[in-house]
Design a protein around this ligand. Sequence first.
Ligand SMILES: Cc1cc2nc3c(=O)[nH]c(=O)nc-3n(C[C@H](O)[C@H](O)[C@H](O)COP(=O)(O)O)c2cc1C
Length: 189
Amino acid sequence: MKKSLGAKTLLFPTPVLMIGTYDKAGKPNVMNAAWGGICCSDPPCVTVSIRKARHTYDSILERKAFTVGVACEAKIAEADYVGISSGRDVDKFAVAGLTLVRSELVDAPYAEEFPVVLECRLLHTLEIGIHTQFIGEIVDLKVDLNTLSEDGLPDILKIKPLVYDTAHKGYHAVGPLLAKAFSVGKKLL
Ligand SMILES: Cc1cc2nc3c(=O)[nH]c(=O)nc-3n(C[C@H](O)[C@H](O)[C@H](O)COP(=O)(O)O)c2cc1C
């Protein structure tokens, strides 16, 4: 039996994305976004929904580029900080002690401390309502060497990404592997 909670934007979990941009003046910035994710395999694309009020909103339109970092357990306070302060008022990289890296592929920066980063060029902008959906084509994926597993792919247990609980507004950790996808269901085929 289920109880109706109405038309709410609760989905479990969402990622905790670190959106890196340069503003019109060239000031680097990073903001926290929980409303986003991969949205196409070919071309490889990621989407993020951002309110017009955010400094990041203007920056993405200005530069036609952004980066998407994956927030991790080791930088939980920094990840939250960039979601409660604006690049209009402060230099978040400086205050949070984040190391600025200039992407060589797109006109946007990222923070070295986040173990995974997607470098994106703006492909589409969709006005939905309060939020605008930005779709970025991923031109490169950069991953910390020490998070790679033996097969050369990133290991989620080494990355230790944060996941977000939209109901209680909390950051959670990722748990152990339960089963292989495209495999465990085969017993029901
Ligand atoms: C956990 C968390 C998730 C957030 N998700 C989003 C989001 O998906 N979209 C959005 O527009 N703002 C989101 N925010 C709010 C922005 O990160 C916040 O308003 C930030 O100050 C904007 O920074 P800026 O003005 O430098 O762009 C989130 C904040 C937190 C703490």
